[in-house]
Design a protein around this ligand. Structure first.
Ligand SMILES: [Zn+2]
Length: 375
């Protein structure tokens, strides 16, 4: 069987608006299937990445908050890594800490030092090592976590301001400049990684996914200085590029969910789902990748707003449901709802709840169904 390698390059905290104007990302776009409306399940790394690896919402897998890595129901939900491991892949992760992605199935799970390590050098070396595996007739799965945007935000925002700091929210321009500097370093990183991939001809025998787990605030909404407090699009809407040998480049504008990546990769590799595992929430994006049509599905997201506490709550208290056009948010901590027309109001400033929009009830019924199904 002619199986391909799998490489995931995860730009932690990458904002969609920045890739759209990026020279490096636009070169990548010209070669890949670019999903410009990808919605994450959780606007923070742990919930986001467990959902990606399991193809399921954290409300079902158990990993639905900052605190729930060890609640992941590993006997019920099989991860992408486990599927690949069972298909005889060598599996390696290079990550920011012990908690962010499920360890199940990894031959090697290496935690880098986000403050001191040179990720360009480390990850280029890893690509060399993986290439060596191919030469030994072994396929590989490599997960590369680019953590430096997070590190910069941690040092320059999280440690300096709180979610209500006037100084932060009144200096959006400065916040954007700070973010752009961190983003430029991510571009250089990606450029060097893609260069190495090309040098080793890995794009010819690998499925390569370049993605971000969530965006990061530059001061859009008071109450969230970085991410993880709200369910607005500047954190929920992410970017996704699939480089797949033999597939034409295209942009898919229809809404998709990051839980769809896992079934997509399995289908592309002809690996069938384990019927003894729980059913997936995600669906394969293979039709869209081939330019065929596919029904748009609802995207569910949730997070735990810390409000005035220092740490996020154990359970999520903000939930949202989204289509390309509309979003309904439920704030469980004060029992309020918000409704936005994302086409006319992409920055989500005009709350249309209770104004008679018919879609409100449709989304509410669907959100309740998702919440109850998962409880
Ligand atoms: Zn993250």
């Amino acid at each position: 069987m002619n199986k391909k390698n799998v490489i995931i390059v995860m730009i932690d905290g990458g904002r969609l608006d920045k890739v759209k104007n990026s020279y490096i990302f636009n070169i990548l776009k010209s070669k890949s299937i670019f999903f410009s409306n990808s919605i994450t399940y959780g606007p923070h790394t742990i919930a986001a990445m467990h959902a990606v690896f399991s193809g399921c919402y954290g409300s079902r897998t158990g990993t639905n908050s900052y605190w729930s890595t060890f609640k992941f129901k590993k006997n019920e939900f099989k991860t992408l890594t486990e599927y690949l491991k069972e298909s005889n892949y060598y599996t390696h992760a290079d990550v920011i800490n012990q908690l962010v992605v499920p360890k199940q199935g990894f031959d090697n799970y290496v935690v880098h030092d986000e403050l001191n390590d040179d990720l360009i050098e480390n990850h280029r070396n890893l690509l060399e090592q993986m290439h060596q595996k191919n030469l030994e007739n072994k396929k590989f799965f490599l997960y590369l976590h680019y953590s430096k945007i997070h590190t910069g935000i941690m040092n320059e925002v999280l440690k300096v301001y709180d979610n209500y700091s006037k100084e932060f929210f009144s200096n959006k321009e400065e916040n954007m400049l700070r973010y752009e500097k961190l983003f430029q370093a991510a571009e250089s990183y990606l450029n060097k990684i893609l260069e190495k991939i090309h040098q080793l001809s890995l794009e010819k025998n690998s499925i390569i996914l370049v993605m971000s787990d969530h965006g990061i605030s530059v001061g859009e909404k008071i109450g969230e200085r970085a991410y993880g407090a709200f369910c607005y699009d500047y954190t929920l809407r992410t970017f996704t590029y699939f480089l797949i040998p033999g597939f034409e480049a295209r942009e898919v504008k229809q809404q998709i969910r990051t839980i769809d990546f896992m079934p997509t990769i399995l289908e592309l590799l002809d690996i069938s789902l384990d019927e003894t595992s729980s059913a997936l929430d995600g669906v394969s994006l293979s039709p869209l990748i081939q330019g065929k049509s596919s029904d748009e599905l609802y995207a569910f997201s949730e997070t735990g707003n810390p409000l005035h506490e220092k740490a996020p709550p154990k359970e999520s208290n903000v939930k949202s449901i989204r289509t390309s056009k509309w979003k309904l948010i439920l704030n469980e901590y004060n029992d309020t709802k918000e409704l936005y027309n994302l086409e006319l109001d992409p920055d989500e400033n005009k709350n249309l709840i209770g104004t008679g929009e018919k879609i409100e009830e449709v989304l509410w019924v669907e959100l309740k169904r998702l919440i109850n199904k998962h409880d």
